[in-house]
Write a protein that binds this ligand. Structure first.
Ligand SMILES: Nc1ncnc2c1ncn2[C@@H]1O[C@H](COP(=O)(O)OP(=O)(O)OP(=O)(O)O)[C@@H](O)[C@H]1O
Ligand SMILES: [Mg+2]
Length: 364
């Protein structure tokens, strides 16, 4: 999957922009606040239709302007997105015909990695659950719907529990739904992590250049060795009933589970260095790319926003070499001058775009 042309008009701080990216590694370089992340976000937004930080759609229109346009040509197909700030309307076209976002999303597949992703390792369990769900949903549309349905039922159950004396019949109906969907979510999450674990250490070792064991484990009160996830979840939810009513919230289910990364047997969140945490994240990315390729027979477009900082030069050189050939990559990297670029990064790049004050120029 390749972007052959990208054009932007009034997208955040970026001036009128037209890019013809290379098929492989595209470097997006420039100083702080130049617009590098905005460029990555533009591609992400065009493909997914939503913004990572949950901002409003009109926030991406350049301040003072009333409309913005994004155009992507991907494998010969032409996607055009028009945002009208005044009408708060969005028009999506594919080859000049109106389409829905999901039709475009099925066609333009992207994976975005930003420094915020470190929260997967360092942050709260929500960040890990969101990452896990997003990653699995990337491979399975059905999973995304199950998660959505689970979350809707969960909200309704919590609203009921907050009333203090919930109607037991209604509670029962909600619980049945949560058990049915929750057990599928847990099963798929476990399955996904099991598959990731098959290659995770190998990728970590390749980046770190040393023999290490990186594993990711699903954390749940369920006994995973016993197998019957559905029956166990039903039992735990039944046991938790009095407590749930007392506290006014659902206390058992995939919305309370977590995952843990261990590097050579030590919890990476508590003991890992910044570089180790970042390397682990990059190993996750590589392992995910493997799964992606197995599922679709092609790689997604990779948007890597500032992932090289905190990696020492040996690690990032190895990472650049490890990214599979045939993936189109947009790698944003902060430098004030092109001359500051590490020679290895410069050599690996097929094209270098320099952004300064929202203006994009081709530097290589
Ligand atoms: N709707 C908007 N209109 C105009 N400018 C905006 C809008 N939204 C964000 N900006 C500005 O865009 C600028 C560039 O942001 P961006 O995150 O792309 O920088 P960056 O090049 O990634 O910098 P860094 O190296 O610090 O990560 C910021 O100064 C931000 O205030
Ligand atoms: Mg940035």
């Amino acid at each position: 999957m390749k972007i052959e042309r990208l054009a932007l008009y009034n997208f955040r701080n970026l001036g009128p922009t037209e890019l013809v990216p290379a098929a492989g590694l595209n470097l997006i370089v420039g100083p702080n606040a130049a617009g590098k992340s905005n460029l990555c976000e533009a591609v992400y937004y065009a493909a997914k239709g939503w913004l990572l930080k949950g901002e409003r759609q009109r926030d991406v229109i350049a301040w003072g302007a009333h409309e913005a346009v994004l155009e992507l040509t991907v494998n010969g197909d032409h996607v055009r997105i028009h945002l009208n700030g005044r009408a708060r309307a969005k028009t999506i076209e594919l080859n000049r015909e109106k389409k829905t976002q999901s039709e475009v999303s099925a066609l333009v597949r992207v994976v975005l990695f930003t420094p915020d992703e470190l929260q997967i390792i360092k942050g709260r369990p929500e960040a890990r659950r969101r990452f896990l769900d997003r990653s699995i949903a990337e491979l399975s549309r059905e999973y995304r719907y199950i998660v959505l349905e689970y979350e809707q039922t969960l909200q309704r159950k919590n609203a009921l529990l907050r009333q203090g004396t919930p109607n037991p019949d209604v509670l029962e109906v909600f619980n049945e739904e949560l058990i049915a969907r929750g057990s599928r979510i847990i099963t798929q999450r476990i399955e996904y992590l099991k598959t990731l674990n098959k290659t995770l250490s190998q990728h970590y070792r390749a980046i770190a250049g040393r023999a290490s064991e990186l594993t990711v484990t699903y954390e749940t009160p369920l006994d995973l060795s016993s197998g019957d996830v559905r029956a166990q979840l039903a039992r735990l939810i039944a046991q938790a009933a009095p407590q749930e009513i007392q506290r006014g919230m659902a206390l058992v289910g995939p919305h309370r589970d977590d995952m843990r990364f261990d590097l050579d047997g030590h919890d990476l969140r508590r003991f890992g260095s910044q570089g180790e945490q970042k390397s682990a994240l990059c190993a996750m990315l590589l392992a995910q790319l493997d799964l992606y390729y197995q599922r679709f027979g092609d790689y997604p477009i990779l948007l890597l926003d500032d992932i090289l900082s905190e990696l020492d030069s040996r690690r990032f050189q190895r990472l650049l070499q490890l990214l599979p050939a045939g993936v189109q990559i947009f790698l944003a990297h902060t430098v004030t001058e092109i001359s500051e670029l590490h020679p290895a990064v410069r050599t690996a790049a097929q094209r270098i775009f320099l952004i300064e004050g929202g203006k994009v120029s081709v530097a290589l």
